[in-house]
Structure formats: structure tokens, C-alpha cells
Design a protein around this ligand. Structure first.
Ligand SMILES: C[S@@+](CC[C@H](N)C(=O)[O-])C[C@H]1O[C@@H](n2cnc3c(N)ncnc32)[C@H](O)[C@@H]1O
Ligand code: SF4
Ligand code: SF4
Length: 354
């Protein structure tokens, strides 16, 4: 891409309005999963009023997507009120990730089923023995029973799974489960060190360099299997990078740089605003300055630019720039089309002017 096209693209992205806001609602959790450290945090939940005010400000800046974030969101009794508030003020997409354990309450499901913008994503990492080994006895059956109930209530539903050593050989069972329950789209993201925390033994979850080929084969087979079963893995285009990510620690970037900081903000449990889930540098705190001034600040612009220029740390999370990875495919597709079109024109010319 030429320098001027790059500059135009950067200027366009710097002037964009906010698309989505992620707010950490709680760091309390009812599970102590082996691959996650979030439950160790002792931080207090932000108040309902505080969250409403962030949602109001984000909406004014243009956000229409809300990602409540943190640990198990239904540890908060007012989570349904927060989701309902977001929808009432105009948010059109709300993605809730849950371990499913607290969802088997009729009154809660009644409320959730009234939310048109809600997508409930239940985390399931493998068949019963694998899931329970990672998350605790009986968790699989309770999660799947919630999943069935959520579907029965007509709530849009998906499954999220982690690609890691304990799950790699069993992820086809997740595809089977999705096919059986008519769930059209699921998400698979690689094990992430940051979520696992510094005390975790990463070797239990990652791979060795000499396992790269095996890992690549398994992922390819998984993708083929999902296609056969008509289940879309929405992170599909990122998965080819998983091999070097999990076996060599290579943090990739979407081919044209990452768009995430130009369209979303993350508000952590202390009110710190971050440019994406992966970068832990705060660009302001909503208890001290308005969300609007943080969004328009120079420091935020610097993060947008460095992500576009691939100078950020890079990452491979389901919430990173999935669209950017999809563009890669679109671009390759477009180039192939152009190539085919050129050959077609050449062919026509040759035969019309022998
Ligand atoms: C932090 S959890 C919070 C939501 C909820 N407690 C749950 O387990 O679904 C959000 C997502 O991160 C995933 N996760 C947890 N630890 C991870 C890790 N080390 N690497 C990648 N994903 C992880 C969970 O499986 C879940 O899908
Ligand atoms: S993965 Fe989810 S359920 Fe498990 S400890 Fe982390 S936040 Fe809690
Ligand atoms: S760290 Fe990841 S999500 Fe954040 S800007 Fe870089 S590539 Fe994007």
C-alpha cells in the first residue's frame, strides 16, 4: 500500500467514532479454572450508577456494541439490569461470555430472553472429562444444561473454547455439540498467557517448537471438520497464526495493522481506560477525566497509530481484530479475482484480435 493511501487510512481511522465499549463489571468468580487467573483478583465491583454513566458516555461517542467483561458476570445480581439499561439507551449488540453455572434460574432467563441485542456465549473447552478437569467436577453438565435452556428460550447463543494442550485433541467434540444444538457460529481462541497470569505453568497449555507441524495439522483438520458440519468458527482466519503463537510465542498482527484501538475502549475494574484488551497501559481514568476527552486524547491517537503500524505488542485474542484477519482473506480473494479478470481480458483480446 502506498504512503498516501496509508496516511489516508490512518486519518480516516483517527477521525472515527467509537464502535464498542468493554466494561469490567466484576472480578469475582464462582470457579477457579486452571488456565485463568482472573478469579484471584480481590477488587471491588464498580457501582451500577458508575457503569450506567460509562454506557451513557460511550453511547454519545457512537458506541452501539457493549462487551461486559471481567470474570463471571452473573456473580452480580444487577447484571441483567445493566444489560437491559444498555439496550434501552440504544446499544444494539451485547456479547456476554459466561461459564453458564448461574444461568439456570428461570427469572434470570426470562429477563435475558427479552433482550433482543443479547448474544450469550457459554465457555466449553472440551468434552465432560476435559472441561471438568480444567474447571471442576460437574461443571460441564451444568454448563451444557444452561446452554440448552438458553437456546430453548430463543436467546442468540454461541460457544467459546480455548485451543491449548489439554483441549487440542477434543475440539471436534465442541463442533459436534454446536452442530447438535444448531449453533451456527462458535469461537475458538488460543490459550493466552495474560489471562492465565504470571503464576501459571504455561508449558501445561502451550506447545513446543517441535510440535508445530502436529499443531498445524490438527487445526487444519478441525477447520475442515467444522466446515463439513456447517459450523462456522468465526476466528477461522486467525487460526493459521495459532501454531507459531502457541509453539514459538510469536504475537501476530492483522496484515494491515490492527483497527481495535480505533474503534473500541476497555474500562477496567478501577476505571482505567485501555486501548484494547491486550495493552495494559492506561490512557486515562474515567474517575478523573471524561470518556470523551480520553477518546479524543493525543495518547489515544498514538495508540491508534502504533496499532496500525504494527508497533503494538500484537496479539491473537478472539476479541482482537478478527475483521482485520478476514480482510486478509478478502484481499487475497480480490487479488485472485483481479488476476483472473486480467487473464480473462487477455484471453478475450487475443481471440478478438488474432
Ligand atoms: C475470563 S472469562 C470470563 C467469562 C466466564 N467466566 C467464562 O469462563 O466464560 C472469558 C473467556 O476467557 C476464556 N479464558 C480463560 N482463561 C483463558 C486463557 N488462559 N486463555 C484464553 N482464554 C481464556 C474463558 O474460557 C472465557 O471464554
Ligand atoms: S475462566 Fe471464567 S469461570 Fe474460569 S476462573 Fe476465569 S473467569 Fe472464572
Ligand atoms: S495488542 Fe492486539 S488488539 Fe491490541 S492493538 Fe495490538 S494487535 Fe490490536
Amino acid at each position: 500500500m502506498s504512503l498516501s493511501t496509508n496516511n489516508k487510512r490512518r486519518d480516516l481511522l483517527l477521525g472515527r467514532s467509537l464502535d464498542s465499549i468493554a466494561i469490567v463489571l466484576t472480578m469475582r468468580c464462582n470457579l477457579h479454572c486452571k488456565m485463568c487467573s482472573f478469579w484471584k483478583s480481590q477488587k471491588k465491583d464498580p457501582s451500577y450508577e458508575n457503569i450506567k454513566s460509562i454506557l451513557d458516555n460511550a453511547y454519545e461517542l457512537g458506541a452501539r456494541r457493549f462487551d461486559p467483561w471481567g470474570t463471571e458476570l452473573f456473580m452480580r445480581d444487577d447484571t441483567p439490569d445493566i444489560l437491559a439499561y444498555a439496550e434501552q439507551i440504544g446499544f444494539r449488540e451485547i456479547y456476554v461470555v459466561s461459564n453458564g453455572l448461574l444461568l439456570n434460574r428461570s427469572s434470570l432467563l426470562d429477563r435475558l430472553s427479552k433482550l433482543k441485542s443479547l448474544v450469550m456465549i457459554i465457555s466449553i473447552d472440551g468434552p465432560e472429562a476435559i472441561h471438568d478437569e480444567l474447571r471442576g467436577n460437574g461443571v460441564y453438565n451444568r454448563a451444557v444444561s444452561s446452554l440448552r435452556e438458553v437456546i430453548r428460550r430463543g436467546i442468540k447463543t454461541s460457544i467459546a473454547s480455548i485451543i491449548m494442550r489439554p483441549t487440542l485433541n477434543h475440539l471436534d467434540k465442541i463442533v459436534d455439540l454446536a452442530a447438535e444444538l444448531n449453533i451456527p457460529v462458535i469461537s475458538m481462541q488460543p490459550y493466552n498467557r495474560d489471562l492465565a497470569g504470571p503464576d501459571c505453568d504455561h508449558l501445561m497449555f502451550e506447545f513446543r517448537i517441535d510440535e508445530k507441524k502436529m499443531l498445524a495439522n490438527k487445526i487444519n483438520n478441525l477447520l475442515k471438520y467444522a466446515r463439513q458440519k456447517n459450523v462456522l468458527i468465526y476466528t477461522e482466519n486467525m487460526l493459521k497464526h495459532v501454531t507459531s503463537y502457541l509453539a514459538e510465542g510469536v504475537n501476530p498482527f492483522p496484515p494491515q495493522g490492527c483497527h481495535v484501538p480505533s474503534r473500541m475502549l476497555v474500562v477496567d475494574i478501577d476505571g482505567n481506560v485501555l486501548p484494547c484488551f491486550e495493552i495494559k497501559k492506561t490512557i486515562g481514568n474515567i474517575n478523573e477525566v471524561s470518556l470523551s476527552s480520553i477518546w479524543h486524547s493525543d495518547i489515544h491517537k498514538e495508540f491508534i497509530t502504533s496499532a496500525l503500524e504494527k508497533k503494538c505488542p500484537g496479539c491473537l485474542r478472539a476479541c482482537s481484530d478478527v475483521e482485520g484477519y478476514n480482510n486478509e482473506i478478502n484481499n487475497i480473494f480480490r487479488q485472485t479475482l483481479n488476476h483472473t479478470a486480467r487473464r480473462f481480458v487477455h484471453y478475450i483480446k487475443k481471440f478478438s484480435n488474432p
